[in-house]
Design a protein around this ligand. Structure first.
Ligand code: BJW
Length: 257
């Protein structure tokens, strides 16, 4: 893993200081330093222990709704024990200094908002929300009965987390906003994502096609790396604060303030 010494390209620092339009695509890696497991990292990722087709598809939920509900309930409980890390905080500092700044996150953990980021598109939903599997409507409250998952108070269907599983469409308006912002931005940061899951992984490519500088921040190369203008190799909890400090030396990017 790279460390604090990761060199920050001067043209990138200058672009940030000049207030260029910035879009960030974040993935599970940005929350790794908060203690939230990624999906595809060997040993520690969810998919090292479980098969996605058993837990993260509508078919899996139909087959074994209790298994899927319990897995998400355990992840929700774990999220209550973690806090945003310096990578999340650095993006808050960036947003405060840039007139056009947007985070499109694949994460369902809500940590960007908890850190204080305001312009956040949740492409894959949010694990703390619950909706009806039958009618797709959000549900705020329900009565726990003998069965798991609990039932929708309106129609009696199963309840499920409001996240996007494989073979499901992303929320259309949210994804379209991400696409439009990507096509307009001047700097695109792809942070902590394996860039394997579509359509989210198409956003950096759209930005590049439209002429943006593409910056990837990740301790490992990904399929996006050969396309990146700059590959800043290292954990986002170190690289993002270093980037903010290089652009705005008066900033204190590690903290929540
Ligand atoms: C660090 C770090 C540190 C570590 N600092 N970095 C064949 C080809 C192309 C596409 C498809 C295909 N077959 C099927 C598809 C479509 C499919 C897809 O893309 N599949 C690919 C896997 C092949 N996509 C879909 O199904 C999507 N819907 C769709 O396409 O709709 C149209 C359609 C409708 C009907 C039928 C068919 C199509 C929906 C995708 C939904 C993804 N859902 C999940 C679960 C969400 C809920 C939950 O949390 O449980 O989203 S899967 C999982 O992957 C999760 C993530 O958001 C997503 C992306 O993962 P991410 O964030 O990149 O994490 P990792 O673990 O992969 O990577 C972590 C990275 O961090 C690594 O690079 C590390 O190195 C790095 N890292 N520590 C910085 N400290």
């Amino acid at each position: 893993m790279a460390n604090e010494a990761v060199p920050i390209p001067p043209d990138l620092t200058a672009a940030l200081r000049a207030g260029r339009r910035v879009v960030v695509l974040s993935g599970a890696g940005i929350s790794a330093e908060s203690g939230v497991p990624t999906f595809r990292d060997a040993q520690t990722g969810h998919w090292a222990r479980f098969r996605p087709e058993d837990l993260a598809t509508p078919e899996a939920f139909r087959r074994n709704p209790k298994l899927v509900w319990d897995w998400y309930a355990a992840r929700r409980a774990q999220l209550q024990r973690v806090t945003p890390n310096p990578g999340h905080h650095a993006l808050v500092q960036m947003e405060r200094r840039l007139p056009h700044f947007l985070i499109a996150t694949q994460n369902v953990d809500g940590l960007h908002a908890r850190a204080g980021s305001r312009q956040v598109l949740e492409l894959h939903g949010n694990i703390t929300r619950t909706k009806c599997f039958t009618e797709n409507l959000l549900v705020d409250a329900w009565t726990d009965g003998p069965e798991t998952p609990p039932k929708c108070p309106r129609c009696g269907g199963w309840l499920r987390p409001d996240v996007v599983w494989f073979n499901e469409m992303l929320p259309a308006a949210i994804f379209e906003e991400g696409q439009a912002a990507s096509a307009r931005c001047e700097v695109f940061l792809s942070v902590g994502t394996s860039a394997l899951v579509y359509p989210a992984a198409s956003l950096p490519l759209e930005a590049l096609r439209a002429g943006a500088v593409l910056v990837e921040i990740n301790p490992q190369p990904t399929p996006l790396t050969p396309h990146a203008t700059h590959f800043l190799c290292g954990p986002s909890g170190q690289v993002l604060p270093a980037l903010v400090r290089a652009a705005w030396p008066d900033a204190h990017p590690e903290s929540a303030q």
